[in-house]
Write a new protein. Structure first.
Length: 568
């Protein structure tokens, strides 16, 4: 009866009332969420109808009459439910992001700190998951990081925060602390584990090391086994979330309190060097309020990240940079060579499992693939390139290995539509989350994604003497618009190698070059495993550098400590 009488008014009232309820208590579980999705999408077949109701009737002026819990509930409905049950997430970003940024600025002007801090992750999440480009990164700094940094800078007096000066303590050992969103076996954590293994085994004795685990429950909690790996190295481990009195309140803990607690711990521990990887409200707060004598930003995701009181910037690399400096995002980054831990990058595996998986796919085929977030495939330039390569080689299939393809969630829907148009949907298999060390032996040829590139998954694949093809240098979207022309920027940068016209390469200068090289390697190199491995050993410079760095803990420790010492 409710939906028969004044249907539109009833829908508006339904969404308004729903927004006041804790969304995690309505679906309650993944199974219930599926049932809720069926029910909800019958009432609202398109998410634009829901989003416009939210825009006009939930995130309007009435939003400010709600209490803080109700405000958080309204935001979480978008993050925890609508984001999942509707495949077209770009609509959510286009409609909701500008409204949330407006609310963020109003919260800062109204001095509603908790609401502003709570909004950090939702705003950043819906922008970067859809637009992880140069434009998206710059927008996040402009819209989110900068206003919050300016605000946080002025909180020092309001909360009577103890002043930390740019002067090191006189402790017998200098203390270096790393602030990480969560400790799981992802690329940033693996790099940190390798670095700390280097520092604790080959670094100088005058340093000791701390890890502050933010345990960002907005995503997934930290892995106890990974935490134990750090503790075994003798590293001091502190869980930011466990410093809270209300740590069991789900998403409704105080973000402000979490920031204050971690800063209090850092200053009480007399941390000398604070290293953060950004993209969380705590790091913004810690840097902006000056929480340690030396504050270091470690570039993992955004080279454009910028808040107050960053003293130096660092980045890890597989190769030595000129003068150990890399310029990116209009900043100079001090570069150290990252060790390749053999046990981490190429552990022993059960070959029978590899055979069993390969037998699931058509016989006598060459398996192309990628490993990582499926979003990285969501590029028409990349998908068109894959289709061209597969058209030239009918004996190939493609494995898309990684998260983001469940129930039509995220970019998966766009990718499948593109694959159907290209006529290769029956030859592309979505595996879901996989063990990269198993699938590193299943896939014959990794085709690096662009413009978003593979991360550590590529290094793990290379460590197994895997064949990888990449576009040369940093790839910008504008580089891809002309498939045959080589960007002048690349010609200048790589002019000493540009005469390398042969096809026995593992890098390409343009999309057409990429297609030609891939076709050549499939037809001439992937004849048997031995020939492929010999080719990787002799022609892939990245592989050669990795082998040189394999278990070179001393070089990594020295490079990192030299950067710290030279800036003390």
């Amino acid at each position: 009866q409710l939906f028969q009488n004044k249907q539109q008014e009833a829908k508006i009232d339904f969404i308004k009332r729903l927004s006041l309820i804790d969304p995690h208590k309505v679906p309650g579980s993944n199974t219930a969420l599926e049932d809720f999705k069926i029910f909800f999408t019958k009432i609202f077949p398109k998410n634009t109808e829901v989003l416009n109701i939210l825009k006009k009737h939930v995130f309007d002026e009435s939003f400010w009459s709600k209490d803080l819990t109700q405000q958080k509930c309204s935001i979480l409905w978008v993050m925890s439910v609508y984001w999942i049950i509707y495949p077209n997430q770009k609509n959510i970003t286009d409609i909701i992001y500008p409204i949330w940024i407006k609310i963020l600025n109003q919260a800062l002007n109204k001095d509603q700190t908790e609401l502003a801090f709570f909004l950090y992750y939702p705003c950043q999440h819906i922008q970067l998951l859809i637009n992880e480009s140069t434009e998206g990164k710059i927008r996040v700094v402009k819209d989110i990081e900068t206003p919050l940094s300016n605000y946080n800078y002025n909180l020092t007096k309001k909360y009577n925060l103890n002043q930390v000066k740019n002067k090191l303590t006189q402790q017998s050992k200098k203390r270096i602390a790393f602030v990480y969103p969560r400790l799981v076996l992802n690329s940033p954590t693996k790099v940190l584990l390798s670095l700390l293994k280097s520092l604790t085994s080959h670094g100088p004795n005058e340093y000791e090391y701390y890890i502050y685990d933010l345990e960002a429950i907005e995503t997934t909690p930290s892995d106890p086994l990974v935490i134990e790996s750090f503790k075994k190295l003798g590293v001091h481990y502190i869980n930011n979330h466990q410093l809270l009195e209300e740590q069991n309140n789900g998403y409704y803990f105080s973000y402000l309190d979490k920031c204050l607690k971690i800063r209090e711990s850092i200053t009480q521990q007399h941390i000398d060097v604070l290293i953060g990887v950004g993209v969380n409200i705590q790091t913004n707060f810690l840097f902006s309020t000056r929480s340690a004598p030396m504050q270091v930003y470690w570039w993992h995701g955004s080279e454009y990240y910028n808040v107050k009181n960053i003293d130096i910037r660092i980045v890890h690399s597989r190769i030595t940079a000129q003068n150990n400096i890399i310029n990116a995002g209009n900043f100079d980054y001090n570069c150290f060579v990252s060790v390749s831990d053999k046990a981490m990058y190429n552990p022993p595996i059960d070959k029978s499992i590899v055979s069993k998986i390969r037998n699931q796919y058509p016989a006598n085929t060459i398996i192309l693939g990628m490993i990582g977030r499926i979003k990285k495939m969501d590029s028409n330039h990349y998908l068109n390139t894959i289709a061209a390569i597969m058209d030239l080689n009918p004996n190939t299939i493609f494995l898309a290995c990684g998260a983001g393809n469940i129930n039509g969630e995220g970019p998966y829907d766009n990718i499948v539509k593109s694959l159907k148009k290209l006529g290769i949907e029956d030859r592309v298999y979505f595996t879901g989350q996989i063990n990269p060390h198993i699938y590193g032996h299943v896939i014959d040829f990794m085709l690096d994604t662009f413009p978003m590139r593979h991360g550590e998954a590529k290094q793990e694949f290379l460590a197994k003497k895997g064949l990888v093809l990449c576009l040369k240098g940093q790839v910008y979207p504008e580089d891809l618009d002309n498939s045959s022309d080589v960007p002048a920027r690349l010609v200048e940068t790589y002019k000493e190698k540009f005469n390398e016209k042969g096809l026995n390469r593992t890098f390409a200068y343009s999309i057409n070059d990429y297609i030609q090289i891939a076709d050549h390697l499939i037809k001439n190199i992937l004849i048997n495993k031995q020939k492929k491995e010999i080719f990787v050993e002799t022609h892939n410079e990245e592989y050669k550098n990795m082998i040189k760095q394999m278990d070179c803990y001393q070089e990594t420790a020295k490079g990192f400590i030299d950067i710290i010492n030279s800036n003390l």
